[in-house]
Each structure stands twice: as C-alpha cells, then as structure tokens.
Design a protein around this ligand. Structure first.
Ligand code: BDP
Length: 592
C-alpha cells in the first residue's frame, strides 16, 4: 500500500484535528445505527491521539467496547473526475467506517493502515458537506493479535456486570484513532502499488521495480539526492498480466544506504495520467552463522526496544516526540531499534529511512504466552482465526513497509510460547508466510522460551532473546547474570548456530532514586545491571546486538510489579535521561 503523497496530479487533505466523539457505554451504537445521523451529545476529541488519558473519569478511560468518532469534510469541485480515497494510518483496534451513513470500510487490527475508495459515492452524492463516522472497538480476544480476553466476574464479591479487558502484554491497551486520517486523490487511471528491490555487484547496482497500475506507464526514473535523474527506462508488461509492469534499471557506482549514513534515491513512476514518487535505498543484507552484514560490513545492533507511548497522547502519533526520540538515539550512538510490539507509524518509518536507523519491524503478535504454565496453543485460545489474522497482519506490514531501506529484518512475534507443541505448526506457517511475502529480508522472532524448550528457531535467521536475569528471578543478585547469560547463550548457539541479539534486558529504575551500595530500582543499579550483561556480550562472537529494555518508561495496565507503568526506560517517559543513558552513550559511541 502506497503512502499518500502530493504531486501535480495527486492531492492530500489531512483530517487531523478535532473530531466529534461519543462513548458507547452500553455498546448499543451498532444496533441503533448511530452512523445514520450526526452523533448526538458528542464531545470534542483530538485525532490523532489515544482517547484514554484525555479523560478525567476512570469509567471513560477504562471503557471496554465501542467509542464513536465523527468528522465532516468537503470535497472541492476541483476534485471532480478524480479518484477519491479515505485512508486511516491506524485505528486501534477494530473499526467500521461510514461515509454519510454508508459503510465504506471495516478493518481489524490496530497498528496498520486501511483505506476506502469513495469515488463513486462522492460522485453520486449531492451533499455539500460529508460526514465520516467511525465505530471503534478496543476489545481484544483470541481471534486477533494482540490476543486478549474480556473477563466477567460475578458473585457476592463483585458489583453487577463487573468486567474488564484482560491483556497478556505489558503495555497499556490504548485505543483511538492513533495516526492521521487523510483523503487523497489520484487520477481515475492510477498507480496502485510499487515494489522495489535492489541488488548490488561490485560497484554496480540493479534496481528492480514491479508496478501495479491501470494507468499506462511511460517511464521510470531514478533520481538522486541532488535531484538529478541518474537513470530512466520504460517498463515492460510483467508476465503478460494486465496492470502489471516491470523494470530493471542498472546503476554505476551507486550511493549506498548505510546505517547512520543514509542515502535515499527516488523512483519516479510516470504514467499517462498518474505519477508516484517512492523513496528507496540501495543496501544489501546477509546473515551468516555469526554475523549480520549490511553492505558487506558486520553490523552490531545497539539501540532499543521502544514503544509508541507518551503522556497525554498515549499511542497517538506525535512528530515532535519522534524527532526528540531520534535526537536522543543519535546523541547516545544508537544505530537501531525494534518496533516492539507492533508496527510504528509510517511517519516514523520514513524518518528512520532518512536518519539511517536500522529497524527490526515487528507484527503485533505479543502476549501469546502464559507465565502460569497454562497453554496458549492448545485448547480454545489461539485458533485458526488467530492464525489467519496473524498472517493478514504480516501481509499488511509487508505491503506497507516493503520499500523502506531502514527495515532490515521482520519479527513475526514477541515472546510466544514456542515450547508448546501447538506452536510448532503455527509458527512454521507464520514464518513461511513472511518468507513468501519477502525474499529479501531475514526473519526473526523474539523469545522468552529458553533454548531447551524452543521448538521453532530452526526456521529463523537470527535468534532474538529477551532476558531478565537477576530481575524476575534471583532478584537483585547481580552476580548471577554473567554465569546464567553465558550458559544460556552457549546453549542457543550450540543448538542452532545462528547469530543472537539480546532484544530485551533491563531493570525497573525510578529516576532520581540513588543508594550506596546500590539497590534495585536505583539509577546506579540499572547501570550495574546492564554492565554485567555487556561483559558477556563482548565475549561471545555470535552476539550481534544489544537492545536494552526499554528506550523510555511507558504506561502499562495496573499491576503489583508496576508503579504507574514500566520503569525500565533508559529515559523517563518525558524523554529525560537516567544515569544509564550516559553509561550507554559512553559504550556505544566508543564502539564502532
Ligand atoms: C518482556 C516483554 C516486554 C515487557 C518486559 C518487562 O517483551 O513487553 O515490558 O518483558 O517485563 O516480557 O519489562
């Protein structure tokens, strides 16, 4: 799916701003067809944003079920004769969209875009002003990812109707229209999709592009950063299929997209009516038994698992926050991050391309493991619908992010119960699906299960492990970390002979807490904790990366282990440094 851009033949209208909003406390809106009329008793709501933290009342913040959004828009006369598309960057988690009361789109999954072609409706409508209505549900169950369950409890100890949304992941279940809503135009004959792959040999590169278009494509140009057309070629029909074109463009001495030294080319596809310019980078990726190579050079991942999370905005896309985060990453010599635990906004991915950050792109498959020994893959939890949705989300993630040079690897899940028998066929299919979608990038999965239990890593290219020695077990005994870490990593390596990234390790730390000698939750302890890990990383040559958990403190559901959120951040939620930020800066800026 292409990102909406403006050019001489395409226009974009951004519907971000204040929308009308209504809580559907009793979840009756769908039945009562609230979309038929303007919402009654609506209140103002910001888009993009999570709605939860904008309220003052727990009933609103923790509401389980539907909320409704509405906004009016105008289609200018100058758009007559154009194709008109309504597009959501994301709506968390499940949305039905109506335009003037007529269903335009239905979408399941809270972290990827979807769109609706509303051309015909706009052409047939005589209304001056149109109304988009969205019914949005935050309910998670076992048919979607992330998985969840609405728990109902009754009996003498519970008020009538007592229920709540249970989640099996460690971030707050923020909901809302989290990313921009746009209406864009294309000519009626239009370019639908472009897939770009690059290959290099010596100081030459070949850029291959597959174009889906019902417009006749005249030419494809490659444009460098100074705006010069470095190459141009007419594409050929591809496989005699209607609407498909293919072109191969050779380039001499191309500039490579390198980590922290990005070089971005543009591929301009020019049709008879439409044109679209996609950004791409030229770089290679290779994985050996001990290394991850970008452009033939060994790459060591140093960076973070992150979250889209901030005060007030929740998971709402925030360009200022994105810039601040990237500046902090640059300041401390980080070169990479994982989109734990769901694909981040398109705007952030475009920024990562430009800033040269290396990204492990993760699908929202998080929470597929119970810590109490109960099974997730047997019985009535994960089922065929979950698998189908998981595969859909892989396809949507690939379709959205395929041309980003920043994405060097796909992560198909975080911390699934890969020791269970039922996980074997499930993840075999998930990993195969990812490989069938993309033959250019390695595939990983982030583990909590240890090497003895794991049954799926034979199908992965890189092994990612999350570990909290001396935190959740042997709490605060720093002297066990080195021994336990080395013992486990050796086991992983002997079993699979694949490179390993420590994709999470960390200790909750309250900014401003200090103690001598250090104790858990102090800033000193967080530094010492990570230093124990680093000694072992530096010793094992198959360790290809370290991503401390987490970049910044973030909101979670309430729990005995969480004092207003997860405090493992190297930065506070407000993006100010804890001591560990300086320690990591010292380590990462020295290491090259
Ligand atoms: C891991 C999860 C991550 C949690 C982290 C923690 O992948 O989402 O926030 O542990 O416990 O299990 O801090």
């Amino acid at each position: 799916m292409l990102y909406p851009i403006e050019n001489k033949v395409r226009e974009v209208k951004n519907l971000s701003g204040i929308w009308n909003f209504k809580m559907d406390y009793n979840n009756v809106g769908i039945h009562e067809q609230w979309q038929k009329e303007p919402l009654k008793d609506a209140i103002p709501m910001a888009v993009p944003a999570s709605y939860n933290d904008l309220f003052t009342d727990e009933k609103d913040k923790e509401h389980v079920g539907y909320v409704w959004y509405e906004k009016t828009f105008i289609i200018p006369d100058s758009w007559n004769g154009k194709r008109i598309v309504l597009r959501f960057g994301s709506a968390t988690h499940h949305a039905t969209v109506w335009v003037d009361g007529v269903e335009a789109a239905k979408h399941k999954g809270g972290f990827l875009p979807f769109e609706a072609d509303i051309t015909q409706q706009m052409e047939e409508s005589e209304l001056e002003e149109h109304r988009v209505t969205v019914a949005l549900s935050n309910v998670l169950d076992w048919t979607c990812i992330p998985c969840g369950e609405v728990i109902h409890k009754e009996g003498p100890g519970y008020p009538e109707g007592f229920h709540f949304q249970e989640t099996y992941f460690d971030f707050y279940n923020y909901a809302g229209i989290h990313r921009p809503v746009k209406i864009y135009t294309t000519p009626k004959k239009y370019i639908e999709d472009i897939v770009i792959k690059t290959e290099t040999e010596g100081d030459r590169a070949v850029v291959k592009a597959w174009i889906t278009s019902n417009d006749i494509i005249d030419t494809v140009k490659v444009i460098d950063e100074s705006g010069d057309v470095v190459s141009e070629k007419a594409p050929k029909p591809w496989n005699d299929e209607d609407n498909k074109y293919y072109v191969e463009i050779e380039m001499n001495q191309p500039h490579l997209w390198n980590p922290k030294a990005a070089y971005l080319y543009k591929l301009k596809v020019v049709g008879k009516c439409d044109s679209y310019t996609e950004t791409f980078g030229i770089r290679t990726i290779e994985v050996t038994d001990k290394a991850f190579l970008i452009n033939g050079k060994e790459f060591y991942f140093q960076g973070f698992g992150k979250h889209e999370d901030s005060d007030i905005h929740g998971k709402g896309m925030d360009e200022a926050l994105n810039i601040r985060d990237f500046n902090l990453l640059k300041w401390m010599g980080a070169n990479s991050f994982r989109t734990s635990h769901y694909p981040y906004s398109e705007e952030l991915m475009r920024l990562a391309d430009r800033e040269g950050f290396v990204v492990i792109d993760e699908v929202p498959a998080v929470g597929m493991c119970f810590w109490d020994g109960n099974s997730v893959f047997a019985g009535n939890r994960v089922n065929n619908d979950t698998l189908a949705h998981h595969k859909d989300m892989l396809a949507d993630m690939y379709n959205r992010d395929k041309n980003h040079p920043c994405v060097v690897m796909w992560s198909v899940a975080n911390e699934a119960a890969t020791h269970e028998e039922g996980a074997v066929s499930y993840f075999k299919e998930v990993i195969e699906t990812m490989r069938n979608l993309d033959d250019t990038r390695p595939v990983t999965m982030v583990h909590t299960t240890g090497p003895d239990g794991d049954k799926v890593s034979q199908w992965l290219d890189v092994i990612c492990v999350n570990r909290y020695y001396a935190w959740y077990n042997d709490h605060a005994h720093l002297d066990v970390i080195g021994l336990q870490l080395e013992y486990e990593m050796e086991k992983w390596y002997r079993k699979y002979h694949k490179p390993i990234i420590m994709s999470e390790y960390g200790a909750d730390t309250i900014a401003g807490f200090h103690k001598m000698p250090p104790v858990a939750f102090t800033e000193e302890f967080q530094c010492m904790y990570m230093e124990e890990y680093h000694k072992i990383f530096d010793k094992l040559d198959y360790m290809i990366g370290e991503h401390p958990w987490a970049f910044a403190d973030f909101q979670t559901k309430q729990g005995l282990n969480r004092v207003d959120g997860n405090k493992k951040g190297i930065f506070t939620r407000n993006r100010q440094p804890k001591m560990a930020a300086y320690m990591l800066k010292e380590r990462w800026t020295k290491r090259k």
